[in-house]
Design a protein around this ligand. Sequence first.
Ligand code: SF4
Ligand code: SF4
Length: 332
Amino acid sequence: MVYLLWLQAGCCGAETTSLLNCEQPDFLAFLEEFDINLIWHPFLSPHNQGKILDILKDLSRQKRKLDILVVEGAIYDGPEGTGKYDLFCGMPFKEWIVNLAKLTRYLVAVGTCACFGGIGASGKNLMEATGLQFFREKKGGFLGEDYRSKENLPVINIAGCPAHPDWITESLVSLAKDEMRSCDLDDFQRPRIFYEKLAHHACPRNEYYEFKASAQCYSQQGCLFENLGCKGTQCESDCNERLWLTRTGSCTRGGFPCISCTSPRFPDGFLPFFETLKIGNIPTTLPLDVPKAWYVGISGLAKLACPKRLLVNATSFKPVKLVFPKVAKNDK
Ligand code: SF4
Ligand code: SF4
């Protein structure tokens, strides 16, 4: 039996909502199948606050076992480092985390707020919010860069706004089976298996992207990169391969540009979300792995070579069927 405690810090609850959308198996079957005992969850447990206080005290005195501590939401340090913006069971939430982080075998940050500060730390960061072991791209965060859980792993960051339910459940299974190693994590402590692709990979608009056949406004079929702010080429996630909600959807499949929600720099580093900033005709933020000079050269050529089928459809609101030109006999 694996004992899991889920706590919520400064958050909107979207990670829990996303988790409840897990399929094959659903959430209850998932707990049963992998022998996970959910000690307590703020939305899902019927206990009142008195009961959770008893649980927290027992865990702190090591009268109960704690295998996996999941934290959803940013740690609020304000005002002025007191943590009093977020009180939980009579004391600043952050103090519970200090106690429990020492005792848990694994510590998991779910959602970009818990990982890197995310929405909670955006703008002027009035709440003095931070992620558990990162603040944006800088290692350290609330627990400091040397933190290790009892199994000698750093905080495991399941980034996303929200995180895909598979990213959460498959990571928990890997921990429940003691199979996750530090080499399975990337530089931002995210499990590589979910974050080594780009959201752009397998987007159905890829062919439009290759020929720089771009949508001019929403609901058109072209690529959303050149004009509508899509960050899919800069965002590490497997959204368009894994797919969401009955395995049919993704942001770009729904016509919504990727806003790079799994990145440590989200959200402030990707503003404006729905507009592509450019110098001349060149977007200021380019695909992660393409040098600027190459991009400029290749995109110019690609536009010249763009088939009419893509050119017409890129700015059309519904598919336009064009007859393929016949291949001349001497071209065969
Ligand atoms: S819409 Fe975004 S993710 Fe899709 S092909 Fe264009 S840049 Fe890539
Ligand atoms: S496509 Fe981009 S913005 Fe949408 S969920 Fe995936 S990573 Fe987040």
